[in-house]
Ligand binder design. Structure first.
Ligand code: PSU
Ligand code: MN
Length: 305
């Protein structure tokens, strides 16, 4: 049987030798950050996962082929494409059937990672319940995916452009464990503080690995969300961020932005309003999440031995 995806040689070797692998998404590259910082970020994150002792597997659909693990040429080409689709559970298979190119969101990356047998995935911030969702019904498919697909997702919380309280309520309803890594309060992406208590606090990668294996032993399916705050000197305080978000949301309303375009629009607008500061911090938090994800992937392998 032919596999429904293509593994890079490095990822194929790591998986077949039972070495730790960390999945990475590509929407953050094509829709979350401008060129060339997106390429620098993607290369840097892959390098630090390798340095930490795990293999990075960036996931994307190119001309209808689902790639798990990219060569540097693929990565460089992807980072400059402006026509990539933004793929979630609803349209991942459409990109494959129609021969399209598209980057994977948290939801689609989880599907691909699980398919390839990759347990851990690092990103910046998950999607969630948008502000005003009671009118727009805009709730990211990332939340449903976390409820059904068994991958540990390491993030810096949900993106602060969202209604964080509603986002974490939905996760609780769906039975998704949310772990604050080393903190009693969940982080809010660019900021350490969200005003929301960590439902569960764990302080080590080993404890996170053991938690997910215990869930599996109890036949509880679905993912586990790890919220990893930035170090204090790197964060942007939440009042500063709130001002940019308010202005970006007003602009989105004026420009009639809805659906899939909303998150990329808001991130780009906040990048402009913050004069680049939001992007620098976004890159830092992805790097920090990648480091923790590598440690968790290594801890899982140690537990399985
Ligand atoms: N993390 C970032 N930047 C991003 C994203 C995550 O630091 O751009 C992407 C992820 O792919 C996530 C998506 O799944 O934003 C959420 O999109 P939506 O709100 O349309 O579901
Ligand atoms: Mn949406």
């Amino acid at each position: 049987m032919t596999l429904p995806f293509t593994l890079s040689p490095a990822v194929e070797a790591a998986l077949s030798e039972g070495r730790p692998v960390v999945a990475l998404e590509s929407t953050i590259i094509t829709h979350g950050m401008p060129w060339p910082q997106n390429l620098e970020m993607a290369r840097g994150v892959e390098a630090l996962i390798r340095d930490a002792g795990a293999e990075p597997a960036t996931i994307v659909v190119i001309d209808g082929t689902l790639h798990i693990g990219l060569t540097d040429e693929h990565l460089a080409a992807l980072a400059q494409r402006s026509d990539a689709l933004k793929l979630s559970r609803a349209d991942l298979a459409y990109a494959v059937s129609a021969g399209r190119t598209g980057s994977t969101t948290v939801a689609a990356t989880m599907i691909a990672a699980a398919l390839a047998g990759i347990d851990v995935f690092a990103t910046g911030g998950i999607g969630g319940v948008h502000k005003g969702a009671e009118e727009s019904f805009d709730i990211s498919a990332d939340l449903d995916e976390l409820a059904r697909t068994p991958v540990i997702v390491v993030c810096a919380g949900a993106k602060a452009i969202l209604d964080l309280r509603k986002t974490f309520e939905v996760l609780e309803t769906k039975g998704v464990p949310v772990v604050g890594y080393g903190v009693d309060e969940l982080p809010a992406f660019w900021s350490r503080s969200s005003g929301i208590a960590s439902p569960i606090r764990l302080d080590t990668a080993d404890e996170i690995a053991a938690f997910q294996r215990a869930r599996e032993a109890l036949a509880i399916d679905g993912g586990l969300l790890v919220a990893n705050p930035l170090d204090a000197p790197q964060e942007i305080d939440s009042e500063t961020v709130a001002v940019w978000i308010r202005e970006a949301l007003a602009d989105a309303g004026r420009d009639g932005i809805t659906g899939k375009a909303t998150t990329p629009y808001l991130l780009k607008r906040i990048f402009e309003l913050s004069e680049g500061r939001s992007l620098a911090v976004n890159i830092e938090l992805v790097r920090s999440n990648a480091r923790l994800a590598a440690a968790i992937a290594i801890a899982l392998k140690a537990l399985d031995e």
